[in-house]
Design a protein around this ligand. Sequence first.
Ligand code: HEM
Length: 378
Amino acid sequence: MMGWASQNELLPLERYRQQRAAGEAVYDLASGSWSVYSHSGVKRILADYEHFSSQMQANPTEDEPIEGSILRRDPPKHKQMRSLIAKAFSAKVVKAMESQIRNIAEELLDRAASSGGLEVVGEFASPLPVIVIAELLGVPSEDRELFKGWSDDLVGNDYSRYLQCQKEMTAYFRIQIEERRKQPKNDLVTALVQSCMNDDNGLSELEVIGMCILLLVAGNETTTNLISSMMMCLESSPETYADLRRDRELIPGTIEETLRFCSPVQVIERRVKADMFWNGHWMQAGQRVYTYIGAANHDERVFADPERFNVKRSPNPHLAFGQGIHFCLGAMLARLEAKVALNVIVDRLESLRRLDDEPFERLDSDMMFGIKQMRIKV
Ligand code: HEM
């Protein structure tokens, strides 16, 4: 196992192993919820929207537009929303962003090079996806500090900040939508306004706002964590980094293995739709089910030697982007950003050397995995 993983339970691999051994579904009396840790269990539940709902609230209110977003809707509403926005994330659209992403990554490293050191998370892995998604949505990238604060709050453990930031984002996107109605632009907010709101089958303003909020957050925090975790894994495996410098064909495998090993989304939630027996357990309507992607991706029944970071692992059927109808819409974009980021790093740095040997610290979130910072020499 990598040394950093066991430090301060940065990644709770030992706990996940015990929980997988405890059974297919573990009931928590205090919260009345279930937790599932095995690869087969997580995969089955995520694919089974007929029994496990993504809708936590039947009628989302103005206060929590994210609850009305695609992520939290079941069919048929989910299908309608997905078909409206899938175009924006087609292979063609994503591929066309490659050189733009490369320019952003180069520029971020140029800035750091002049100071001799790079704080990987704050100066590289975090601004890169924020600028990309801001450009895609067509909102000013100068607002990125604002976006960053909102996305931290949305995935963090503080519920009052979670509600407050949605209020602020709603006000912000209302203005953006109004502006596009008056003066359309060539961006995703305009596309959402035009295809979603001017159509009988379209979406309400609140639903479009929920979508913008989701994209801003889904696209930020997760990709930041993927890039910084990749750097952390490579720093502790210098031989893999040296191999990558010789053979760029190893880059896709490195990205997939980081997604497996340090899954940016550790756990997702579902709700039991109706009373039923599931894998020998009596589940009742309304109960929450927590599916631990992070544990599933270390399941020894699927991944040989799961606690070894192996960029040549093949096949690598990780569940980091989910499974079934809600499979991540931004997976292609996230993989492209990670590929460009790693190529730019490998082009410039002969080796990865940390500027301190402080233990890594995990972000204050149970749902997400990522590190707070990592200083390297450039
Ligand atoms: C490494 C980066 C990423 C990871 C690990 C990730 C992970 C996930 C996961 C696990 C889901 C499924 C949630 C569920 O089933 O409840 C999901 C859905 C989604 N993701 Fe991502 N994501 C990433 C990047 C992105 C990016 C860059 C975007 C867009 C800019 C994005 C947009 C979405 C959207 C819109 C959904 C909802 C799809 C649906 O409900 O049909 N994600 N993502």
